[in-house]
Design a binder for this molecule. Structure first.
Ligand code: AMP
Ligand code: TRP
Length: 328
């Protein structure tokens, strides 16, 4: 069985973009692939985090994975910092990664622009840690949103370079980026992606938002000029709302356009809020219903399973580099 690996950072709160761009596809793919889903808290600390909140958020995210439909009977869920091989392989890969290729990463450049002073080394190294995550599991496919494409290309380059220099060690992974939903935009600024770090909280619908909040956010969503409800790339705010509607209901775009023929934005926004609330309600109920004991057990099993795959891969990378056997 081929393998998929993916992860989300336990920072801020999980939003509709994370779900439609990534989690939704994990759920769909988990029965066709051996699936490993990580809570990437080592990535989270590349920016300052409150330690107590970070630990809570890691557990909350595990609950969300389960609540959106990751099936622990077939998929492995674990916390990145529970498997030391991630940090160890990062070091080995650091020694073949080039400064110039990391400085080219657009996400790094964006973060530097926001941060300006005190740009931590971790921010620069973030994609190498991500490469280590993926390569440790001999991953075939990585389901992510569009914003991770460049990081995936770097992961492939590092795998190919390591295999060339030290001998065949890592499987070279492919990205899986959905055709629709890979880039859900902010409701308050359709030129920017929906993001946990959005300065305007109204732009981002969280999976744990209550009904009133969801309604308010959609109500305030910016719109384009033109009154008719029709999918049109040149009207990005409307296209984004229609994309969300399409993905949550499974209705085809022409059906949706027919449904809203003669109506305006107000009705679309109201129905979109209803559809979203209906989708979120059972997810939120499941989040609440998972007990601490069950979660502990799940994360422990996940850690053991993850280690059983990651440790031998790390070991063979170390052997290839001449880091094993010096004592014999
Ligand atoms: P992050 O929140 O940065 O940890 O992202 C977790 C996953 O969600 C990654 O696969 C991202 O590519 C995906 N993602 C984040 N924001 C969006 C968005 N606005 N639209 C679609 N996918 C997204
Ligand atoms: N960088 C990814 C993001 O922010 C999260 C991530 C870390 C990831 N390691 C990964 C995604 C490995 C896929 C595979 O979205």
């Amino acid at each position: 069985m081929k393998r998929i690996f993916s992860g989300v950072q336990p920072t801020g709160s999980t939003h509709l973009g994370n779900y439609l761009g990534a989690l939704r596809n994990w759920v769909a793919l988990q029965h066709e692939y051996e699936s490993i889903f990580c809570i990437v808290n080592l990535h989270a600390v590349t920016l300052p985090q409150d330690p107590k909140v970070l630990a809570e958020k890691a557990r909350e995210l595990a609950r969300i994975y389960l609540a959106v439909g990751i099936d622990p009977q077939v998929s492995t869920i674990f916390i990145q910092s529970d498997v030391p091989a991630h940090a160890e392989l990062t070091w080995l890969l650091n020694c073949i990664a080039r400064l110039s290729e990391l400085e080219r990463m657009t996400q790094f450049k964006d973060k530097v622009r926001k941060q300006r002073d005190n740009v931590g080394v971790g921010l620069l190294d973030y994609p190498v840690l991500m490469a280590a995550d993926i390569l440790l599991y001999q991953t075939d496919l990585v389901p992510v949103g569009e914003d991770q494409k460049q990081h995936l290309e770097l992961t492939r380059d590092l795998a190919i370079r390591f295999n060339r220099d030290y001998g065949e060690t890592f499987r070279v992974p492919e990205p899986y980026i959905p055709k629709v939903g890979a880039r859900i935009m902010s409701l308050s600024d359709p030129t920017r992606k929906m993001s946990k770090s959005d300065d305007d909280p109204n732009g981002c619908v969280l999976l744990l938002d209550d009904g009133d909040t969801v309604s308010r956010k959609f109500k305030r969503a910016v719109t384009d000029s033109g009154a008719d409800i029709r999918f049109d790339e040149t009207r990005p705010a409307l296209a984004n709302l229609l994309t969300i509607y399409h993905l949550l209901t499974g209705k085809e775009m022409h059906e949706i356009e027919d449904h809203f023929a003669g109506s305006g934005y107000a009705r679309l926004k109201q129905e979109l809020a209803e559809v979203t609330i209906e989708f979120l309600k059972p997810v939120q109920e499941r989040v609440q219903s998972i007990t601490d004991e069950d979660l502990n057990q799940l994360l422990e099993q996940g850690r053991n399973r993850a280690r059983s795959i990651a440790d031998p891969t790390l070991r063979s990378a170390m052997e290839r580099m001449g880091l094993v056997g010096a004592r014999n």
